[in-house]
Design a protein around this ligand. Structure first.
Ligand code: URA
Ligand code: SF4
Length: 214
């Protein structure tokens, strides 16, 4: 895998990144997906959310978190009184990875490999540079491992604050807080009482993020 690095423009202006990412061939995922789904939101947002990768609906729309996971994410943001319009939302991997059951049209989400996450990471770091948020919220283990290393365990480190700059090898040259919570799609699985509790815990994490910024 060559990785995305050689497709990055010199400028880290958000518009230039979006444009350049459209033709990225840093790994094989561009081949089967419809389009690159880059992050959305304004540079200067104080919160940057990082998901895993676009899903079926995101691939069609070209926008992150617009499908079922996006709808539960929106509900949680509302409950935590965070305006999505004032945040930047992206994914660790910018192309939809999927499989198809034999003879079926439906595209089933397939988890990106570590290699694909690493291949795509230059885009994520460039977005971080362009947006310069005060806090990065990783939604799920894939995003957390992309920024905090492959040994990161969500069960152990959920809600804990990390300093990206302190890590040295990955990240911008200024201090930015990073923390991880669950992926919104995890709130769509399991029996309803368990789902309700998981939703409330997710909202509590988002409220904590909002309070950290005050
Ligand atoms: N899941 C993600 O991680 N990102 C999206 O954009 C949609 C679903
Ligand atoms: Fe490039 Fe990332 Fe798409 Fe791979 S997933 S082709 S690295 S944008």
């Amino acid at each position: 895998f060559p990785g995305a690095e050689r497709f990055l423009p010199d400028s880290h202006d958000l518009g230039d990144l979006v444009e350049a990412a459209r033709t990225c061939r840093g790994c094989d995922l561009y081949k089967a997906a419809d389009q690159t789904v880059f992050g959305a939101g304004s540079p200067g947002s104080t919160i940057m959310f990082v998901g895993e990768q676009p899903g079926d609906q995101e691939d069609r729309a070209g926008k992150p978190f617009v499908g079922p996971a996006g709808r539960v994410f929106d509900r949680a943001l509302d409950a935590a009184e965070i305006d999505r319009e004032l945040t930047y939302v992206t994914n660790a991997v910018k192309h939809f990875k999927f499989t198809r059951a034999a003879g079926q049209k439906r595209r089933i989400h397939d988890k990106p490999s570590r290699t694909e996450v690493v291949a795509c990471r230059p885009w994520l770091l460039a977005e971080l540079d362009a947006v310069a948020p005060r806090i990065v919220v990783c939604l799920g283990a894939t995003a957390a491992q992309a920024l905090l290393g492959s040994t990161f365990r969500l069960t152990r480190h959920r809600g804990e604050r990390f300093d990206l700059a302190a890590d040295g090898d990955v990240g911008p040259d200024y201090a930015v807080d990073v923390l991880a919570t669950v992926h919104p799609s995890s709130l769509l699985r399991g029996p309803s009482d368990k789902r309700d509790r998981a939703f409330d815990e997710f909202v509590a994490d988002l409220r904590m993020v909002r309070e950290l910024l005050q």
